[in-house]
Design a protein around this ligand. Structure first.
Ligand SMILES: C[S@@+](CC[C@H](N)C(=O)[O-])C[C@H]1O[C@@H](n2cnc3c(N)ncnc32)[C@H](O)[C@@H]1O
Length: 296
C-alpha cells in the first residue's frame, strides 16, 4: 500500500467492502473503487444533463439573485439543515494546532448558520483563536448570531459576497492563518472563482493555509439532477434556486496553484452510503484539499 493510500485510509475511515454480499450489513463503506461501467454510466448521465441545459436567461437570473435564493433557503430551514461538521478536526488537524498558538485568526467563508464555526469555538477554550466568518445570506448570519454560543470576544460574523471586488472585512491584509472552505466554492459561479481565490491569497499570512472540502465530480447529488437544471458542464441549479458545481481534483489544483498557492493535499474521498431499509446504494464523492501561501 502506498503512503498516499495509507494516509487516505487513516483520514477517511476504514470500513472497506471486501465481499459484495456484505454491502447491506453497514450504513457506509469507505474508499470505494468505481469500475469502468459505473464511470461510463455517470458520464452518459452528465452528457444528457448538458444536452438539456436551461436557458441562458434563466441561468443569468439565478446567478444575479444567488444571495436571495440562499436567504430563502435559510428562512425555510433555519439552523436545521446542515449537521455540525464534526469531522473537521480529524481531516484538518491544522485547526487544532491553532489552539496551541498565543493568538491566531481563522476565517470561514460561506459559513451558513455556523456548523463549522461552533465546533471550532467549542474546542478553543483559551480564546486564543479568533474566528471570523462570513456569508452573503444575511438570514444565515442573523441566525448564526442569535445562537447562544455566539460570543463576540471570540467570533466576528459579517455579511460579505466573496465574489465582490471589495470585501471590506474586519481584518487586515495578510492577517489570517487559515481560510476554511466547506461546501462553499461549489456554490459560486465557476467564472468568479479565480478573482475570489486571489482575494484569499491577499488576506492570508505568508505560510497561511486554505482548507477545502467540497462536492466531487459524479457525486450522487450530481447524477440525480433532472432535465433542465444544468447551466453548463458540471454546474447546476437545484430546485430551490441555489447553485452547485462539482469539482475534479484538477479543477481545484488549477484554481489554487494558478493563484500562487502550494499544494499540500488534494485527494478524493469516495464513499458508499447504504439505505439498508430500501436496499439502496448511494455513491458520494468529495474532494479535499489543502493549499499554502508560500513564505517568500
Ligand atoms: C452548501 S452551503 C454550506 C454552508 C456551510 N459552509 C456548511 O458547511 O454548513 C453554501 C453556503 O455558501 C454561501 N455562499 C454562496 N455563495 C456565496 C458568496 N458569493 N459569498 C458568500 N457566501 C456565499 C451560501 O449562503 C451558503 O451558506
Amino acid at each position: 500500500m502506498s503512503d498516499t493510500e495509507k494516509f487516505k485510509r487513516k483520514q477517511f475511515g476504514n470500513r472497506f467492502l471486501k465481499n459484495e454480499e456484505d454491502v447491506f450489513k453497514h450504513n457506509a463503506w469507505d474508499n470505494v473503487e468505481w469500475n469502468e461501467e459505473q464511470e461510463s454510466q455517470a458520464l452518459t448521465q452528465v452528457c444528457e444533463h448538458v444536452r438539456t441545459k436551461m436557458s441562458e436567461e434563466k441561468a443569468t437570473d439565478l446567478e444575479n439573485n444567488a444571495d436571495q435564493f440562499w436567504d430563502k433557503f435559510y428562512s425555510v430551514h433555519q439552523e436545521k439543515f446542515f449537521k455540525n461538521r464534526c469531522w473537521l478536526f480529524t481531516e484538518f488537524p491544522e485547526i487544532t494546532s491553532l489552539y496551541d498558538r498565543k493568538s491566531s485568526c481563522l476565517l470561514e467563508v460561506g459559513c451558513g448558520v455556523g456548523n463549522s464555526v461552533f465546533p471550532i469555538l467549542a474546542h478553543s477554550a483559551q480564546n486564543s483563536v479568533h474566528v471570523y466568518c462570513c456569508d452573503f445570506s444575511s438570514n444565515a448570519i442573523s441566525i448564526l448570531k442569535t445562537n447562544p454560543e455566539y460570543n463576540e470576544n471570540q467570533c466576528t460574523a459579517f455579511v460579505c459576497d466573496i465574489t465582490a471586488d471589495e470585501w471590506n472585512p474586519p481584518f487586515a491584509l495578510e492577517s489570517l492563518d487559515i481560510i476554511l472552505l466547506v461546501f462553499v466554492l461549489s456554490a459560486i459561479q465557476p467564472d468568479k472563482l479565480k478573482q475570489t481565490v486571489k482575494k484569499f491569497y491577499e488576506y492570508l499570512k505568508p505560510g497561511g493555509m486554505i482548507l477545502f472540502r467540497d462536492y466531487g465530480r459524479f457525486d450522487m447529488a450530481q447524477l440525480r439532477f433532472k432535465e433542465g437544471r444544468c447551466i453548463s458542464d458540471n454546474y447546476y441549479s437545484r430546485g430551490d434556486g441555489t447553485l452547485v458545481y462539482f469539482f475534479t481534483q484538477n479543477d481545484v489544483q488549477e484554481i489554487f496553484v494558478g493563484a500562487g498557492f502550494q499544494e499540500i493535499q488534494n485527494i478524493v474521498d469516495r464513499r458508499m452510503q447504504v439505505n439498508r431499509g430500501k436496499q439502496l446504494k448511494m455513491y458520494r464523492v468529495w474532494i479535499q484539499c489543502k493549499y499554502q501561501k508560500p513564505i517568500l
